[in-house]
Design a protein around this ligand. Structure first.
Ligand code: ADP
Ligand code: ZN
Ligand code: ZN
Length: 732
């Protein structure tokens, strides 16, 4: 007796056994491949489940097993390599397989609907229609005529039927009689072509040659190239070579804001089908991209993090651009690293993986120096561009307006007068981070989080950027009724207000997640900026990440102090990456660029390192420190988090977990905590965490598995929400 072992969307870390649907032939079951969608009853609902394997024994007696309802696919829609990848990911990240499988499918298929190919709508005879004797529909001449056209057996395009005078209504009545069925004439993949490339510089040519010398099989390459060194040009050449081999290329990029720009460059170079994945797509568009990638129609697939799980008929190259970016790590639910999964995918698909960045993560630098990755360097900017000049402005005692010192305002003015663009970086949206009462000291605390609510002055609101809570901006202090309410600190809206009046008549764009809603907004802004007219760009990281604005020659970091005092072990790495990336927006074309960083701590080691050392040199110093302290990439971390409306239950749970798990820990693994989370209360929930530190990969995985197994046995688990985060990005 065959048993279907299934992954079912549920938070349980296990598979579920079912009997096959009642009417299904045993022989057919032996051909079912993993990944096949199957509808099953689950509790009181019907859900889409995913086949893991067909087996013959279950731990549960057969008369206790339920029957599946329907097998939805005649063959698995996923290539076996992608199944291997997701099985690995579920195991490595200790995430329920039933929540990993659905991530591989677009909504339509998760909902259990039929798989549709991309192509032209068409009709074909059903088995019943094919067996019908001629003249059986004598009384419906139109329908007889339609049957005659379809009699050859091959599907006929709906458009061809229409031009033969057979209407859609006629076809629908044939379908109702069970004689004809709708189908799709699959589109044929077309050969891609590429247009002329730039002349590669000597450095670019050397990198391209050495990547290609690595062959078409798996190898991981780290391209560490300073900002503006022309990494995209290298990607384009490697993709062209991949397409020449008849294979597909997958490109992962960090942010939605990058998509229009990246797409534009790719479209300019290739006459090829490009499938896009980003959060701005409708379900139908996402389905089209997915199916184009899966069927091999798309030559190039570009997407953010989750695109790493796109099925590909014919993968030949995987690129992760800005590989250091923390948006590659999913921060909730299935907490995978898109970059690390991409490297694993390259191994499984046996194709090269390229990680590119001007500011690689210490993990990747470590892998490159140990020889696990091949390391390629680009030390100069492409074309005629040179690296920008860097300066720190000591803002102590200086009058600041809109956050800017007189010296910087002067530079802004001059830059605009020269017809160039200015980029001002301030990583805080809203008007002011806090509202304070000058008389009694009250501050705008969020009632559900251990944080303050941000002032959004134009909307007259206080908003919590952590839980989304909102309230009216008060006119009086809620505590003492005083009218002396003051705005503490500076946000982009406040800076904007000052700059608009100070530089009246100049063009200014504010770019943050409040002002840029949706992909189209960013796309049209990027187009506007790239027209090159003088303007001030004021924004958060959304504005700086990876963009190429040739006319920007002045970059100012309005407030570096906010970046300097992170408690997290990655704080200095992040700071160095951020400053280098922001600075890297200046002077990317022929005009030289300047970067000014304002700080009250001009002698802070991180700022000195920024001005006196390259990122490459600084990163190596930071890496030595990490290795000396046993922190990643030297050791490995996992974080168990608890989230509970009760103040103490989470801590008790983690305490018990530690007591139970500790005696079983493998050598080299150590538990730290429980401790309150960096923000101990968020959205009304009390949060605690237990940290697992392991000296090496093997003990890390073994220890994490043991902890999860123990946690799943603790009765208290039902009283709270707990999660495990393997290779967490931020501890604090
Ligand atoms: P990166 O991604 O390394 O920051 P980009 O790929 O955005 O750099 O390239 C920066 C600029 O240099 C772009 O305008 C690009 O067109 C130009 N560029 C790249 N390679 C060359 C080359 N070989 N010759 C001339 N210009 C180049
Ligand atoms: Zn007050
Ligand atoms: Zn809140």
């Amino acid at each position: 007796m065959s048993i279907l072992r299934l992954a079912i969307p549920s938070p349980l870390r296990r598979l579920f056994d079912y009997l096959p649907p009642e009417n299904v032939d045993e022989k057919m079951l032996s051909c079912l491949a993993a990944g096949t969608r199957i509808r099953v009853p689950f509790g009181k609902r019907e859900v889409t489940a995913y086949l893991s394997e067909v087996t013959t024994h279950s731990g549960i007696a057969n008369d206790q097993l339920r029957h599946a309802i329907e097998i939805l696919d005649s063959q698995s829609l996923l290539p076996p390599t992608l199944l291997a990848l997701s099985t690995w990911a579920a195991g490595y990240y200790l995430h329920p397989p039933g929540e990993v499988f659905p991530a591989l499918f677009p909504k339509r298929l998760r909902d259990g609907k039929a798989h549709l190919r991309i192509g032209e709508p068409a009709w074909q005879l059903s088995d019943r229609g094919a067996g019908l004797p001629a003249g059986a529909l004598g009384r419906s001449p139109r329908q007889s005529e339609a049957l005659a056209v379809l009699q050859g057996g091959a599907p006929v395009a709906a458009s061809a039927l229409a031009s033969a005078g057979i209407s859609a209504a006629v076809m629908r009545s044939l379908r109702e009689k069970g004689l004809a069925e709708a189908c799709t004439l699959p589109r044929q993949a077309r050969p891609p072509a590429n247009r002329e490339a730039l002349d590669a510089s000597a450095e670019q040519a050397a990198v391209i040659a050495s990547v290609l010398a690595g062959g078409a099989g798996f190898a991981c390459h780290l391209i560490e190239g300073v900002t503006g060194s022309g990494k995209t040009e290298i990607y384009l050449r490697l993709i062209a070579e991949c397409l020449d081999r008849g294979k597909q290329a997958l490109i992962l990029i960090p942010e939605i804001g990058l998509t229009p720009q990246t797409l534009q460059r790719f479209e300019a170079r290739f006459d090829a089908d490009i499938a896009l994945f980003h959060s701005g797509l409708s379900d139908a568009q996402r389905y089209q991209s997915w199916e184009a990638a899966r069927s091999g129609l798309a030559h190039i697939v570009i997407g953010t993090r989750s695109a790493v799980f796109t099925p590909l008929a014919n993968p030949g190259l995987i690129i992760v651009d800005e590989e250091h970016d923390n948006s590659f790590k999913q921060q909730d639910g299935f907490r995978y690293s898109g970059r690390d999964v991409a490297v694993k995918r390259g191994q499984i698909e046996n194709c090269p993986v390229i990680l590119g960045s001007a500011t690689p993560s210490l993990e990747s630098i470590h892998n490159a120096t140990r020889g696990r990755y091949q390391h390629h360097l680009l030390t100069t900017r492409a074309g005629d561009a040179s690296m920008p000049a860097l300066a720190i402005v000591d803002t102590r005692k200086l009058p600041l307006r809109g956050g800017l010192s007189a010296a910087v305002l002067e530079q802004v003015e001059q830059t605009l007068d020269r017809g160039q663009q200015v980029l001002l970086f301030l990583n805080r949206r809203g008007y002011a981070p806090t509202l304070q009462c000058h008389d009694c000291g009250w501050t705008s605390q969020c009632s559900d989080c251990d944080t303050r609510m941000t002032v959004h002055r134009r909307q007259q609101r206080l908003r919590c950027h952590h839980c989304g809570a909102q309230s009216q901006l008060p006119a009086h202090c809620p505590n003492c009724n005083s009218r002396e309410l003051v705005f503490l600190g500076l946000g982009t809206q406040q800076s904007e207000e000052f700059l608009r009046s100070h530089f009246a008549g100049r063009t200014l764009f504010r770019v943050d997640s409040d002002s840029m809603q949706g992909r189209e907004a960013m796309a049209s802004l990027v187009a506007e900026i790239n027209r090159g007219d003088p303007c001030i760009l004021l924004g958060t990281q959304m504005l700086t990440k990876g963009h190429h604005f040739p006319a920007v020659t002045l970059v100012a970091v309005i407030d570096a102090d906010a970046l300097l005092f992170s408690a997290d072990f990655r704080g200095e790495e992040r700071m160095a990456q951020l400053l280098t990336q922001v600075a890297g927006r200046a002077g990317r074309a022929t005009e030289p660029g300047r970067v000014i960083v304002q700080s009250h701590y001009p002698d802070h080691p991180a700022l000195l390192a920024f001005t006196e050392q390259s990122y490459a040199a600084h990163a190596r110093v930071l890496l030595e420190q990490r290795l000396a302290t046993g922190m990643p990439p030297a050791g490995q971390l996992a974080l168990v988090r608890s989230d509970c409306s009760d103040a103490t239950v989470g801590e008790t749970f983690l305490h018990t977990l530690r007591q139970r798990a500790e005696p079983t820990m493998p050598a080299g693994a150590m538990l730290i905590g429980p401790l309150p989370a960096p923000m101990p209360r968020r959205a009304g929930k009390h949060r605690h965490q237990l940290l697992l530190h392991s000296k090496n990969r093997r003990s890390a995985q073994q220890a994490a598995r043991l902890i999860v197994a123990e946690a799943e046995k603790l009765p208290l688990r039902h009283a709270l929400k707990w999660t495990i985060d393997i290779d967490p990005q931020d501890l604090f």
